[in-house]
Design a protein around this ligand. Structure first.
Ligand SMILES: Cc1ncc(COP(=O)(O)O)c(C=O)c1O
Length: 313
């Protein structure tokens, strides 16, 4: 297949059946966002926000783009800006993995680290101040309606098309900006109201469940704010997932299914397994979103204890 731009390869990600981890009597599927060009769901958001800003005339040729990001959004924006010729500056908390910073710099971006103690709020405030000072375009991933709109136009319809004429009972997605959950969830509710929408969040920071935010290890999930684009009426169930459970399930997906996903993918599939074991009826079909690739977590606890030397013969 020949494409005019790397940007044309975003989306239309495969949905793959889980063959060994699914309990008997329940069919489980995952949608693999790692098949996007920079290997995460955030390629959709980055493309959406830049296209929308260009169409509305608020992003001029050559203007600098700025975002506060936990990493995947920065990597995706760096890719989109490189392909379209915009300089890009990412503000990122210094607690996120080293490989994320290096990937952005490889894609031509400038990365400014902010103290982790300032949390998402501090990172956002600094990015906003910088864009005002330099007349840059601030992408506002947590508040930009182009984010869920793109998921309404792409992720949701892709799922509807792939499951046309097939049973689908449960859709499971975590939330960071809430773009995926809101956009795909709204389309599923509209077109397939029988599908139950399930969200999940870190047990240590279950903000939708009304708990206090505490630091957690599921990168990409649950900043210490509930984003304005997140539609809190879209889901019927909300499950907490512990950090270690997210890690363990990501490892099981890799070693038992050959499906390589990050910690949040492990967390989402952990919630899907809980649905499969405790809520699902015989014959039910569950789809879980896997937001990115495990390779983005080489320096994190996902790979902790994995042998670097030779194994025994
Ligand atoms: C690794 C990872 N998982 C999950 C998400 C959540 O996706 P969304 O922002 O659409 O809620 C993100 C994005 O923040 C992410 O980077």
């Amino acid at each position: 297949m020949i494409y005019d731009s790397i940007l044309d390869t975003i989306g239309r990600t495969p949905i793959v059946r889980i063959n060994r981890l699914a309990p008997a009597g329940v069919e489980m599927y995952v949608k693999l966002e790692a098949f996007n060009p920079m290997s995460s769901v955030k390629d959709r958001l980055a493309h959406a926000i830049i296209l929308d800003a260009e169409q509305r005339g608020i992003l001029k040729p050559g203007q600098t783009v700025v975002e506060a990001t936990s990493g995947n959004t920065g990597i995706a924006l760096a890719m989109v800006c490189a392909a379209k010729g915009y300089p890009f500056v990412a503000f990122m908390a210094d607690s996120f993995s080293i490989e994320r910073r290096k990937l952005m710099r490889m894609l031509g971006a400038k990365v400014i680290l902010t103290p982790a103690a300032e949390r998402a709020v501090g990172m956002i405030a600094r990015a906003k101040a910088y864009s005002e000072k330099h007349g840059a375009f601030y992408t506002e991933q947590f508040d930009n309606p182009a984010n869920p709109a793109y998921h309404r136009n792409t992720t949701g319809p892709e799922i509807l098309q792939d499951f046309a004429g097939r049973r689908l009972n449960w859709f499971v997605s975590g939330w960071g900006t809430g773009g995926t959950l809101t956009g795909a969830g709204q389309m599923l509710r509209l077109a397939r109201p029988e599908v139950q929408i399930v969200t999940c969040e870190p047990a240590a920071a279950a903000m939708l469940a009304g708990k206090e935010w505490n630091p957690h290890k599921i990168q990409g999930w649950t900043p210490n704010i509930i984003p304005s684009v997140l539609d809190r009426t879209v889901y019927q169930h909300n499950l907490p997932v512990a950090d270690d459970m997210a890690r363990d399930v990501a490892r099981q997906l890799a070693s038992k299914e050959g499906i390589f996903t990050g910690v949040s993918g492990g967390g989402t599939f952990a919630a899907a397994l809980e649905i499969a074991h405790t809520h699902a009826k015989e014959g039910d079909v569950i789809l879980a979103m896997l937001p990115d690739t495990g390779e983005r977590y080489l320096s994190t606890f996902l790979f902790e204890g994995i042998n670097e030397g030779s194994d025994e013969e």
